[in-house]
Design a protein around this ligand. Structure first.
Ligand code: HEC
Length: 100
């Protein structure tokens, strides 16, 4: 799994490319580059995108609180998912992709 995580860790997506209709969004790229490693398998109970029951009580806190938790860490979730180099913008975009 470590290799898989490292493989996704290159530079941030080009803004213009991510705005093309056929291109994945910045949030999807950010999610797939990192957050997916825990959140697709519910590692330590990480909520899985696309499973509304896992998110319902969390979303009730409001998106700004979720963004704060994603950036600063929450319970077993490390700050920025453990990727220090990830920008606030990318963490927020990934989070919005996940809850949508
Ligand atoms: C190392 C594993 C791991 C990675 C990587 C990870 N998460 Fe998490 N995440 C968790 C776990 C575990 C929880 C559940 C925490 C809890 O409820 O105690 C969680 C919970 C969350 C929550 C819910 C917080 C709340 O207030 O209920 C959000 C939002 C979130 N993660 C966003 C992200 C984003 C965005 C990324 C990528 C930048 C990411 N996570 C990467 C493990 C991870």
């Amino acid at each position: 799994m470590l290799l898989f995580v490292l493989a996704g860790c290159d530079k941030a997506p080009d803004d213009k490319a991510s705005q093309r209709l056929d291109a994945p969004s910045q949030g999807q790229l950010a999610y797939e580059s990192h957050c997916i490693s825990c959140h697709s398998n519910s590692i330590n109970g990480a909520p899985i995108p696309g499973k509304p029951k896992m998110w319902a009580s969390r979303i009730l806190q409001g998106v700004p609180v979720l963004v704060f938790h994603a950036i600063n860490g929450y319970g077993l979730m490390p700050a920025r998912g453990g990727k220090e180099s990830m920008s606030d913008t990318d963490v927020e975009a990934a989070l919005k992709y996940m809850v949508n």
